[in-house]
Design a protein around this ligand. Structure first.
Ligand code: PMT
Length: 399
């Protein structure tokens, strides 16, 4: 399985003779089923045409920061949020200097600054430029910021010099970017995840439910599987495809979800509850469609059992991770759920913001344990799931 399959890779191309290799890179990323969009600096367009990159990527190439038409189509912030990985190849000495100093004076450097996804910089330049103290200081600054530097390679250069500064071989670039998404943080573990809403029947044609799309839970299932876990996904009614290598169990009501979850608890190492489970369900379900005989109707609801709290109270309980969907006092409500349900971790998200939370492709959360709180900035649910899986894996191991 390709680690970059269905990943959104934003490829930045800067000005240098190695820019022509970016064309091959687009193709090779696509061979791995990655979705590729290209941003070029003005200098890059002197070495390879945007038309070539557009034809290869099948997507409009992004060039200008201050072009109202381009911004209206997919602006720099949307591009930054779209990316699951930002790869700049080749990265010139000038571009490296600008990003090392937080400058954002063209589209690519602005996207770079705004992007919360993992970033990979593949330098390519003359060996003398690479060896310069200023370049090395800039590279060190990027490494300290957690940026992955890929290469450069050594050998004969286009200018005739011999030394370090060649763009890393494309196979190696792909291997290193892919490796980032396959670190195996949950290798060998059994993970059970609940996702989506539940539906609580009122009569044969009506039900109570909520806005959960299942995207967050499905992204976590995919990330956990890619991190080496054996994943069972217990899904309420959603219209999403099951991630590869994940066992899916479909359920409707909170009661069904509880039963399916408890059946999966033998041998479960980590339980992650992303489902938006109904807290109340109709006390009685009508056998036939209820007729609208009066202007008002009364429905008596009864509390559902809390799946997460039930799992957390099991004698041989797994490591328990809850989600808290809140609209106000997000952190303090999440903390009280962590304590009340006796969880190891809780992920707090603000569902009052339509850009994140329910149904959105993006989320922004705080991961809370008894000891600490870690803010994870707004990013795609896939990237966030990968970051959460890393954190959960580390905390599980040190538990
Ligand atoms: O599905 P998406 O559209 O991608 O949206 C993602 C999300 C907003 C649904 C998700 O990120 C999220 O916050 N999920 C938890 C929603 C929720 O029900 O939160 P809660 O605060 O009501 O419940 C706290 C925890 O207890 C949750 O882990 C929940 O799964 C669990 N719970 C709640 C009630 C119940 N009867 N059983 C439970 O297991």
């Amino acid at each position: 399985m390709y680690e970059l399959s269905n990943r959104n890779v934003l490829l930045g191309v800067t000005g240098g003779i190695a820019a022509y290799k970016a064309a091959e890179l687009v193709r090779r990323l696509q061979d791995q089923n990655a979705k590729v969009r290209v941003v070029m600096t003005p200098a890059a367009t002197e070495f390879i045409t945007p038309l070539t990159m557009q034809a290869l990527s099948g997507e409009p190439v992004h060039l200008d920061l201050l072009n109202p038409e381009a911004e209206a189509a997919m602006g720099h912030i949307e591009l930054a949020r779209w990316a699951d990985a930002l790869l700049v190849a080749p990265a010139s000495a000038d571009f490296i200097a600008r990003i090392a100093h937080g400058q954002a004076d063209d589209l690519l450097s602005t996207v770079y600054l705004a992007c919360a996804a993992p970033k990979f910089i593949a330098p390519a330049m003359n060996q003398g430029m690479w060896a310069q103290t200023s370049t090395q200081t800039n590279i060190d600054a990027l490494r300290k910021d957690g940026i992955t530097i890929l290469g450069p390679d050594s050998g004969l250069q286009a200018c005739g010099d011999i030394g370090a500064g060649r763009l890393l071989d494309i196979d190696q670039l792909l291997t290193q970017v892919s490796a980032h998404f396959s670190r195996g943080a949950l290798a060998g573990l059994n993970v059970v995840i609940t996702a989506g809403p539940t539906q609580e029947a009122i009569d044969p044609v009506r039900f109570l439910s909520n806005h959960s799309s299942g995207k967050m839970g499905f992204a976590l299932a995919r990330a956990a599987s890619e991190a080496g876990a054996d994943v069972t996904l217990i899904a309420g009614p959603v219209s999403l495809n099951c991630p590869e290598n994940v066992q899916r169990i479909d359920v409707k009501s909170a009661k069904d979800m509880l039963a399916a979850t408890l059946e999966q608890m033998a041998g479960c190492d980590i339980f992650i509850a992303t489902a938006a489970v109904a807290d109340y369900t109709p006390l009685n379900v009508a056998n036939n469609k209820i007729k609208k005989n009066s202007s008002e109707m009364e429905l008596t609801l009864t509390r559902t059992e809390d799946i997460l709290a039930t799992v957390s109270a099991l004698p041989a309980r797994p490591f328990c991770v809850g989600f808290a969907a809140e609209t106000n006092d997000v952190i303090s409500y999440a903390r009280s759920k962590l304590e009340r349900k006796k969880l190891d971790l809780i992920v707090a998200n603000d569902v009052s913001n339509s850009e994140i939370g329910f149904q959105s492709d993006q989320n922004k959360v705080t991961l809370i344990s008894k000891e600490q709180a870690l803010d994870l900035p707004q990013m795609s649910k896939l990237s966030l799931a990968a970051a959460l899986v890393d954190e959960i894996g580390q905390r599980y191991k040190s538990n």
